[in-house]
Write a protein that binds this ligand. Structure first.
Ligand code: AMP
Ligand code: FE
Ligand code: FE
Ligand code: ZN
Length: 287
């Protein structure tokens, strides 16, 4: 009997606190049957995760969480089993990562007016080449003793109303869906009930995303308030989208625990059947 299916997790290639190999080991320790590695705007962790999964019996789904933006709202789109050599995807993700650095530097400049903090502090918190985000600024604020932990930083200094926030530029969601499907991947909107997507993903826009190839919605996720789930379940039913459930595990960086939400095996099978860009990596456990 294979274990639970968790289709959303981050490593130190973006804002998770564990290396891809450590993330896979955590998935094995948690008894998962299937784990997707979905770093923000990067596939750089795949190779290490695949090597780590070899012989464990854990099925690894290489994926990505693409940053998109609409009317100042951040909309994250999970892309499963994309072809990592797709030229358009490589170009778009490189541009997003670069823009994220500019944006983080500009936030740090604003914060530095009121708190002792410089760009070097932030770089010290990230693996070289990692996709930079507010979590790295948060870790730098923790290291400087300004806040006790990441979550406290997000509630205060890094909050979008905290006075230092800057949105980062990224392609619109429709472009994100096109990039993922164009690379043979399967597009699922991450935590649609979170504040940003909930505000901008109106009915006509959902219709456009579905026409562009959107495949599913991440319904079971702690950032979807219970009151929003009826709406999103209804949207999924109306447009024939699958619904997934995932943890959005970030290691020690967030309270989210592996397998706190999971995806049904039939839905996972439909995702795999749909993908043409890459295959899940599965091996039998070593005896
Ligand atoms: P950014 O994309 O740079 O604006 O940062 C948002 C990212 O920070 C999200 O993708 C989350 O993974 C992460 N994040 C959001 N809230 C928290 C939190 N309370 N603690 C740790 N990480 C968080
Ligand atoms: Fe994240
Ligand atoms: Fe996200
Ligand atoms: Zn995520």
């Amino acid at each position: 009997m294979p274990g639970p299916i968790d289709l959303h997790a981050h490593s130190s290639v973006s804002d998770g606190t564990q290396t891809p190999a450590e993330l896979v080991a955590a998935g094995v320790a948690a008894g998962l049957g299937v784990l997707a590695i979905t770093d923000h705007d990067s596939t750089a962790g795949w190779d290490q995760a695949i090597v780590a999964a070899d012989g464990t019996g854990l099925e690894l789904v290489p994926g990505i969480e693409l940053s998109t933006q609409l009317d100042y709202a951040s909309v994250h789109i999970l892309g499963y089993l994309v072809d990592p050599t797709d030229a358009d995807l490589i170009e778009a993700t490189a541009a997003i990562r670069s823009e994220r650095i500019d944006r983080a530097e500009s936030m740090v400049k604003r914060i530095a007016r009121d708190y002792a903090l410089d760009w070097e502090d932030v770089l010290a918190q990230a693996t070289p080449g990692a996709t930079i985000g507010r979590p790295h600024i948060a870790d730098a604020l923790v290291a400087r003793g300004h806040v006790p932990d990441r979550s406290a930083a997000f509630r205060t200094i890094l909050h979008w109303r905290g006075g230092y926030y800057r949105p980062h530029e990224a392609p619109p969601p429709i472009e994100g869906v096109r990039l993922i499907t164009g690379a043979g991947g399967v597009a699922v909107i991450a935590h649609p009930g979170a504040r940003g997507p909930e505000r901008v993903l109106t009915e006509p826009r959902m219709r456009e995303l579905v026409d562009a190839g959107l495949f599913g919605l991440e319904l079971a996720h702690r950032d979807n308030p219970p009151a929003s789930r009826t709406h999103w379940a209804d949207v999924a039913a109306r447009y024939g989208l699958v619904t997934t459930g995932s943890s959005d595990y970030h290691g020690a960086g967030k309270p989210n625990l592996l397998a706190e939400n999971t995806t049904d095996p039939e839905v996972y099978a439909a995702i795999v059947a749909r993908a043409t860009g890459y295959r899940p990596f599965r091996t039998a456990p070593e005896a």
